[in-house]
Design a protein around this ligand. Structure first.
Ligand SMILES: Nc1nc2c(ncn2[C@@H]2O[C@H](COP(=O)(O)OP(=O)(O)OP(=O)(O)O)[C@@H](O)[C@H]2O)c(=O)[nH]1
Ligand SMILES: [Mg+2]
Ligand SMILES: [Zn+2]
Length: 356
């Protein structure tokens, strides 16, 4: 066999079972097969994910003249610059409890997306998603969508606490286009991922920030059809080019999330990480241990009650949930099967946007 030239690479746009959609630097797309040795790993949520740079095998000649050539094979990925992971909780994720699940690779900006209304903005959700991004060392900004008729004071009071924590906020309307320019400028040139509950308008934003047609056509409408029941719920992560250069990854609505352990939860909250070394016990979880410097700092007003409350919520997520809580209704199991293998996070916030 002839020697292969320098390995060709392309960006992973989407993954459908064992077929990977790729984007070449010249804008061309290609479908490839995933090499067998990745398949079991892919099933575990590792392996190749959206945002990865895939290493392609050589082109294969068609089996007979006039026949289409077989799909090329993805042999591997180039080293990642970052990995956005979430930790699997016990909830409906059976055998994979306790493992990390990769959401996307090489991401250098997280858009934490929520809406002003329908569903209403929830600070606890924003806190947890910001903590998740921080735990993966990926900068996060807050995006408040559906803000077209939100009173400016209401928007300001939502975004101001995050600005004080160093998290920029953008009030936008994917529907009307307001506020999209500054957000587009911030995301330009980055490999950006959107995280947020279902129905906040992530796919609408992807469409609005992408040149040409967006989620209304092509692959997303396909994804929407697969989601069934006429709901436009995204079931699969997909990468789109951004108007100002770079890319944006649309994900399925987050249903629950957690961090690997209490230590990384504390790390995700810089205000807490700063104080924690003074705790009496080095493995202090800052809940009821004696000599806890974090609780002391909250009591003395040196640490914002808000940051501490956010931390407690994340830690609560770490505790295994009792079986039967929440997702125990009959449709849930079926939906889990449907969703098996997808790389998106889950969100437990309720809020009336549950597919079942
Ligand atoms: N009023 C208003 N509605 C919007 C806006 N953006 C999106 N919507 C609507 O909100 C609904 C949900 O939008 P999607 O983009 O599908 O939401 P999503 O976050 O992708 O939801 P999942 O795929 O389920 O995670 C749709 O009916 C959109 O038309 C907006 O800026 N303003
Ligand atoms: Mg969507
Ligand atoms: Zn402590």
């Amino acid at each position: 066999m002839a020697e292969t030239p320098a390995a060709e690479t392309a960006l992973v746009v989407a993954i459908n079972r064992h077929v990977i959609e790729l984007l070449h630097t010249n804008g061309q797309t290609e479908r490839c097969r995933l090499h067998g040795r990745f398949r079991s790993e892919a099933h575990r949520g590792e392996g190749v994910v959206v945002g990865d740079r895939a290493v392609l095998g050589p082109a294969v000649p068609p089996p007979a003249p006039g026949m289409p050539p077989p799909l090329r094979t993805v042999l591997g990925i180039t080293p990642r610059t970052s990995a956005l992971r979430r930790h699997l909780t016990s909830r409906g994720e059976d055998d994979r409890v306790g493992e990390d699940l990769l959401v996307a690779a090489n991401v250098d900006l997280c858009l934490i997306v929520q809406s002003f209304r329908a569903p209403v903005f929830r600070p606890t959700v924003a806190d947890r998603l910001i903590a998740l991004a921080r735990a993966c060392a990926i900068p996060a900004v807050l995006v408040l969508n559906k803000a077209e008729d939100a009173p400016p004071e209401a928007v300001a009071s939502i975004l101001a606490p995050y600005r004080r924590l160093g998290v920029d906020g953008f009030a936008v309307s994917a529907l009307c286009g307001t506020g999209l320019q500054p957000l587009g400028d911030r995301a330009a040139g980055h490999l950006t991922v959107m995280l947020g509950p279902s129905g906040v308008g992530k796919s609408a934003l992807a469409a609005a920030l992408t040149p040409g047609s967006g989620p209304a056509t092509g692959a997303i409408s396909e994804a929407r059809l697969r989601a069934g029941r006429g709901r436009h719920t995204t079931v699969q992560s997909r990468l789109y080019p951004l108007r100002g250069g770079g890319y944006i990854i649309d994900t399925a609505g987050i249903r629950s999330l957690a961090l690997p352990d209490a230590a990384s939860a504390a790390d995700a909250f810089p205000e807490i990480a700063e104080v924690a070394p003074a705790c009496r016990f080095s493995d202090c979880t800052h809940r009821e241990e004696p000599g806890c410097a974090v609780r002391a700092a909250v009591a003395e007003g040196r640490l914002a009650q808000r940051a501490y409350a956010g931390y407690l919520l994340v830690v609560r997520d770490l505790a295994a949930r009792p079986a039967g809580r929440g997702d125990s209704h009959p449709g849930a199991r079926k939906r889990q099967r449907l969703e098996a293998g997808r790389q998106e996070g889950l969100w437990d916030g309720g809020g009336g946007s549950d597919p079942d």
